[in-house]
Design a protein around this ligand. Sequence first.
Ligand SMILES: [Zn+2]
Length: 274
Amino acid sequence: MEIAPNLHRIEGLTGSNVVLLTGEQMAVIDTGMPGNGELIVDYIKSIGRSPSELRWIVLTHHHLDHSGSATELHGMTGARIAAHADEALDSGSGELQLRKGTEGQHIPFWYRWIVGASRRPASQRPDFPETPIHHALNDGDALPDLPDVEVLHTPGHTPGSICLLVRGPNVLFLGDSAINNRDRISRPLMWNRQHRRDLDASLRRLRDLEAEIASFGHGPHLEGEVMERLRSLTDRPYDLPTWRIVLKNWRTLRRFHASTRRTGHFEGGRPGGP
Ligand SMILES: [Zn+2]
């Protein structure tokens, strides 16, 4: 599905939204859960392009539902994997690996319940693949050969979360830094108050951008008054104790929890997202 010129959302995949940029140099933004590689390659062929033309696999952040197919897609196409430097760990041999997310973190039970992450026994959860980072990104970077794609470092949801501004008609890719609940844009639920403060500082930085379309890690893209809606999000208070946020958003969270029970939706079994 073409959401803007040279910008296709690939449907029928599991996990996050996956968007293909089809200019002279091709790139995908996020890959969804493990197992999507072949479908992404099929899509590239279906629009008359060659998978070997795929130059970049750009990850908005490390969560499995976004990064799960990066390694397999790299193997199938040769495209290089790019993520923010703060999503990388040094593997010890000097090569960068994508972090797996929950190292050293204690995730509260209630949070795991809400994101539907505790419903499968550990043995049935998909494993995080080893994901090399071939190119570490920083704020303000453009990707080599893709000067129309600007990287905006927006820590909060994860330390190295990025948004991407693709110029053309301007399309802002928010990853999981904001969620589209259809009726309004909201912030993702996070249990850590400091992370929420970081996210809010990041979202306030986006206020002055100009974008006609917003694309999210989950849910449909939005057109029209995109920046007004994003600004009104940062006008709403968020620096509250977590229990107050849960109470305020209880109905939305119930809906979200129900949606995570569908196969392949959101994290598919691992804490850390959406
Ligand atoms: Zn996430």
